[in-house]
Design a protein around this ligand. Structure first.
Ligand SMILES: NC(=O)c1ccc[n+]([C@@H]2O[C@H](COP(=O)([O-])OP(=O)(O)OC[C@H]3O[C@@H](n4cnc5c(N)ncnc54)[C@H](O)[C@@H]3O)[C@@H](O)[C@H]2O)c1
Length: 326
């Protein structure tokens, strides 16, 4: 049993990660500030689920930009491992609200990294993103490809995280592991992402906005597969300092194929409104996962044909039973 500090536990990936670790018998302290980037009721519901289901879950609700509060949590919980998932996500949002990224993705990241060093944690695992590959033309994207030309501020902060973590690994011997997630989806997902927006509008009979005539490809990765990769990154013995892994599904799906799968799952036809490609959006993502397979035993096995209907089923339940704001 390990003592694991997971940040962003009211968020999509953090919620599922905490659940898997608690199911395995680990002791988890979760922290999240429940900001209003998207419906805080959804974040609150995730924290409530964790608190109700697991007596051993320690739930903390504060902003990691508050260094003293974060330091107090490290001192009282004394984590063996840290899994830092809290961040301001969103490529497009970083074009309109860049300052949101300064605090959560740079200051808070550095706070958790520094405290992980001060407390001598065994490993610091953190979320990076496929967006660091920018407009990379070489497919699939490999960890050895150049990542020096991000095309969004969000991507620039994620690449900065990798550089900060790598510096701590070299300077102080901190064992850091970065995970480049590729478009994660599934139950309890994020309302700002395409799968949620498409499902919501298709079910309501409203048009959906499809960029670049739908001529885009994404490596959609099911949440349970991602969490298996995160757990392996926390537990696999003898990972070198400053390791970085792609966690993707190793299938690059056409956006119109995703829409067709949602249409089948909802039993409704989409009304598509086409718009030009958005700034910051890469045309294609596609993960080379050889490194993660070799070192972490990472083997994703959920296709969008299996995963999307699970999301749609969860979404229908959520909309029906969603708690009303206090
Ligand atoms: N979901 C994806 O497809 C995807 C892809 C690539 C990378 N990522 C990265 O994975 C991580 C988790 O993403 P997610 O999809 O679960 O997003 P999410 O927004 O659902 O979860 C992030 C959580 O962090 C919390 N948070 C943000 N700033 C904070 C702060 N300063 N202090 C405390 N809590 C704070 C938010 O309230 C939120 O609940 C993020 O680092 C994100 O950038 C996600």
């Amino acid at each position: 049993m390990k003592r694991i500090l997971v940040t962003g536990t009211a968020g999509f990936i953090g919620y599922h990660t905490a659940q898997r670790l608690l199911d395995a018998g680990d002791c988890v302290a979760g922290v999240d500030c429940l900001n209003d980037y998207y419906d805080p009721q959804l974040k609150l519901a995730r924290h409530r689920e964790l608190t109700a289901r697991y007596a051993e879950f320690q739930c903390h609700e504060f902003d990691l930009c508050d260094f003293d509060h974060t330091a107090d949590l490290f001192s009282s919980f004394r984590p063996d491992l840290v899994c830092h998932l809290a961040a301001q996500p969103g490529v497009r949002y970083s074009l309109i609200n860049p300052l949101a990224y300064e605090r959560s993705n740079l200051a808070a990241f550095l706070h958790v990294l520094e405290l992980s060093k001060v407390h001598g944690v065994e490993r610091f695992v953190y979320a990076s993103s496929s967006s660091v590959y920018g407009g990379n033309q070489k497919l699939p994207f490999s960890e050895t490809d150049p990542v020096e030309q991000p095309i969004s501020l969000y991507a620039a902060t994620k690449r900065s995280n990798e550089l900060m973590a790598g510096t701590y690994a070299r300077l102080f011997g901190l064992n850091t592991v970065g995970l480049r997630f590729f478009t994660v989806y599934g139950p309890w997902g994020r309302p700002d992402m395409a799968l949620w927006k498409f499902t919501e509008n298709i079910l309501a009979g409203r048009p959906i906005t499809v960029f670049n005539d739908g001529d885009m490809y994404r490596d959609f990765t099911y949440i349970d597969d991602i969490v298996s990769g995160i757990k392996a990154a926390l537990e696999t013995a003898d990972l070198a300092n400053d390791e970085i892994f792609n966690l993707g599904n190793h299938r690059s799906e056409h956006l119109l194929e995703l829409i067709a799968v949602i249409e089948r799952a909802t039993g409704k036809e989409a009304v598509k409104q086409f718009e030009p490609l958005q700034q910051g959006d890469p045309l294609r993502t596609y993960a080379d996962i050889d490194h993660a397979r070799d070192r972490l035993g990472f083997t994703p096995h959920t296709s969008i044909a299996e995963g999307v209907p699970r999301f749609v089923e969860w979404y229908r339940q959520w909309i029906e039973h969603k708690p009303t704001p206090a």
